[in-house]
Design a protein around this ligand. Structure first.
Ligand code: HGY
Ligand code: MN
Ligand code: MN
Length: 434
């Protein structure tokens, strides 16, 4: 789908030709395009062309308004839950055993157009498709927008779903603070949401029989296999650790090298150690965010804060990687007379999606073509992963020809997006209709 953005390098990739298992059917996802065009400009930065849809900001409010319009425009029961997640219901939620689909609308700093919104727009388009088919629903259906999935502003991913599932306490949530010192409660209240209402929502979860999240693939497995749609198997364990290197502020021009306690050196060596440890273990480790105090060109820093994101196929490997990075960091810090504190700010254990639901999706999607639908793991976290401990959850991935994500260059071809809508409609019909 053209995101009105040029992709990197050789320009927007040519539309992949229909290949095995292509799902494009005439008329599929016709409402997709108009919703996509409406949402596309919201929160996009004019220079970077990336998205800055951070939790409880103006851009987030615009996305929420868009969601509410889609819900009410379709006569769906609209509500915002105690944690700020938005729900659009078809049927009576109290009947229970609901089939829920959706994703998130917030983004990472200068993120792409598809990560999150593709799932939400496809959910409404799939419902339109089912209505066009005359499908008869035997279970309540809901479309959800989970708030603050990326954690771009307050540093913790999946706040809306973590609160709902009880994986984040109210006290922990109230302590979350953004880079300007604004707390989550202050940001929520400023956006008109009562921060004292937040908390676990077991009653809501008890009404859900299955949650299926459609998401752009953040990798190239489907591009390499030649498939438009795949089913998720698992999410790697992953987390975020903050490394605080404290040294001694001093004059960059008059302080001899031997007299320095410069935390930037230990930080730099730790970044290189992270790459080494990850390579050795076949894992990933990224220092993507840094904060320097006092952050002056001519001042040796007093403090360098670096945030590590690390992920691995299993817990033991992740522990080895992060342990190795921390050990190296402590050795460097000691050698330079630097104080080091390491704080784990967020962690998500390995997620194995519900096998029965995963296999049901594969059966439904393979029914027409007789082909097996690819089942793939991912290193990316999702609300479906957070909820997997409370309810049966599954994910559908839509082909991303470049694999690039968390970047303005994130891209998915138009016919693949429509194929995703068709696949989601088939899945929802198989799960929620007679
Ligand atoms: O970080 C992640 O994997 C997700 O995009 N929140
Ligand atoms: Mn993301
Ligand atoms: Mn996402």
């Amino acid at each position: 789908m053209e995101a009105e953005l040029s992709s990197p390098g050789a320009g927007v990739p040519t539309l992949p030709q229909p290949v095995r298992g292509d799902r494009v059917r005439p008329g599929g996802g016709s409402s997709f395009h108009s919703m996509w065009r409406e949402l596309l400009p919201v929160g996009r930065h004019p220079d970077s062309r990336g998205y800055r849809r951070f939790a409880w900001t103006g851009a987030d409010a615009e996305c929420r308004d868009w969601f509410r319009e889609q819900a009410e425009g379709r006569g769906l029961g609209y509500e915002v839950d105690r944690n700020g997640n938005q729900w659009a219901w078809l049927g009576d939620p109290a009947a229970g055993n609901a089939v829920v689909t959706g994703s998130h609308l917030d983004s990472v700093p200068d993120g792409g157009a598809f990560d999150g919104p593709l799932g939400v727009v496809s959910s409404f388009a799939a419902l339109d498709e089912l209505r066009a088919r005359g499908a008869g629903f035997t279970r309540p259906l809901a479309i959800v927008n989970f708030g603050d999935e990326e954690g771009a502003r307050f540093g913790l991913a999946c706040v809306g779903s973590r609160l709902t599932a009880g994986h984040l306490t109210v006290e922990q949530a109230h302590r979350l603070t953004d880079g300007d010192g604004i707390t989550l409660p202050q940001a929520m209240a400023a956006a008109g949401h009562d921060p004292d209402a937040i908390g676990p929502d077991p009653e809501r979860l008890a009404r859900i029989g299955a949650f299926v999240e459609l998401h752009v693939e953040q990798g190239r497995a489907l591009d390499l296999s030649g498939d438009q749609v795949g089913v998720a198997s698992a999410i790697w364990p992953h987390g975020r650790w903050r490394f605080d290197f404290r040294g001694e502020a001093n004059h960059a021009g008059t302080t001899r090298l031997v007299d320095r306690r410069d935390p930037m050196l230990s930080y730099a060596e730790t970044v290189l150690a992270a790459r080494r440890e990850a390579e050795l273990a076949g894992a990933v480790a990224t220092f993507g965010k840094i904060a320097v105090e006092p952050n002056g060109v001519n001042a040796i820093p007093s403090l360098v804060r670096g945030w590590l994101d690390s992920r691995a196929a299993d817990q033991a490997t992740l522990d080895t990687v992060v342990g190795g990075i921390e050990k190296a960091a402590r050795e460097y810090a000691e050698a330079h007379g630097i104080d080091l504190a390491v704080v784990r700010e967020s962690f998500t254990p390995v997620v194995e999606f519900d096998h029965a639901l995963r296999d049901e999706l594969g059966r439904i999607l393979g029914r027409d073509t007789g082909l097996t639908v690819p089942v793939l793991g991912t290193g990316a976290g999702h609300d479906a992963g957070i909820l997997s401990g409370s309810i049966p959850t599954a994910m559908l991935f839509v082909r991303n020809p470049t694999g690039v994500s968390h970047s303005p260059a994130e891209f998915a071809a138009e016919d693949d997006c429509v194929a995703g809508v068709e696949a989601l409609a088939d899945v929802l019909e198989g799960l929620a209709c007679a």
